[in-house]
Design a protein around this ligand. Structure first.
Ligand code: 13P
Length: 247
């Protein structure tokens, strides 16, 4: 199984922060881990000049290939730049930009069709968790955001409980285990036994200290990291943690 550590810089990063990408690129030149950094769009072009042994991803894309969509970026444009990954349906986009499962599904489709490694984000709110609706919400998000006829070879699923994002809170390992196993079962139900190869990432307040325990959980094949991906000093220990985890 592939192991993936993806850093989502969100709306952070200026030209001076390219140095962090350079350091990661140099330090992990020989790593077998799939390291992905998703800086803001403004840095992608310059980052692609310096990211030698790591991958670059976009935090969003538009569901159409081109046209009169002011302010938007298409999958074609990203591919043109040599970008290999995308993040689709992050909870911040679902909440702040009213992205529905239906829109997320269209974005996933074009992203996969353009051969981008496509990280789809799913996860419950704090209220949904309190109401014991986590599995129900996750199943609905999977069913409504993934068409059954997609080519899922480049699909990656990130479980990001919304209440754990940027809060310093993380679920118990047993809870992550239960949910990741559930996602695995649902993906196999949707796509067949080959879906057991779809990497499952955990996201939400991952740092160098909690990473080793998270990576020991079965069906956790990596992490989608926010705040701790912004600096080499915080991101590198997370990559080392997964390098040191038994397959
Ligand atoms: P934090 O790691 O800052 O909690 O963010 C997680 C996230 O949203 C990654 O996409």
């Amino acid at each position: 199984m592939r192991k993936i550590i993806a850093g989502n810089w969100k709306m952070n990063g200026k030209l001076e922060n390219l140095l962090e990408i350079k350091k990661i690129s140099n330090e992990f030149a020989l790593s077998e881990i799939e390291i992905v950094i998703c800086p803001p769009f403004t840095l992608l072009s310059a980052a692609s000049e310096i990211a030698k042994n790591i991958y670059l991803g976009a935090q969003n894309l538009h569901p159409e290939s081109e046209g009169a969509f002011t302010g938007e970026i298409s999958a074609d444009m990203l591919v043109d730049l040599g970008i290999t990954h995308s993040i689709i349906g992050h909870s911040e986009r679902r909440t702040e930009h009213n992205e529905t499962n239906e829109l997320v599904a269209r974005k996933v489709n074009i992203s996969l069709n353009k051969k981008l490694q496509t990280i789809i984000c799913i996860g419950e709110t704090e209220l949904q968790r309190k109401e014991n609706r986590t599995l129900e919400i996750i199943e609905q998000q999977l069913l409504d955001s993934l068409a059954s006829n997609i080519t899922f070879e480049k699909l990656i699923v990130a479980y990001e409980p919304i209440w754990a994002i940027g809060t310093g809170l993380i679920p118990e390992a047993s809870e992550i285990s239960k949910i990741h196993n559930f996602i695995r079962v649902k993906l196999v139900e949707l796509f067949g036994s080959n879906a057991s190869n779809i990497p499952l990432l955990y996201g939400g307040s991952v740092n160098g200290s909690n990473a080793p325990e998270i990576f020991r959980v079965a069906n956790v094949n990596g992490a989608l990291v926010g705040g701790a991906s912004l600096s080499f000093e915080k991101f590198a220990p997370i990559i080392r943690a997964i390098e040191n985890t038994d397959p």
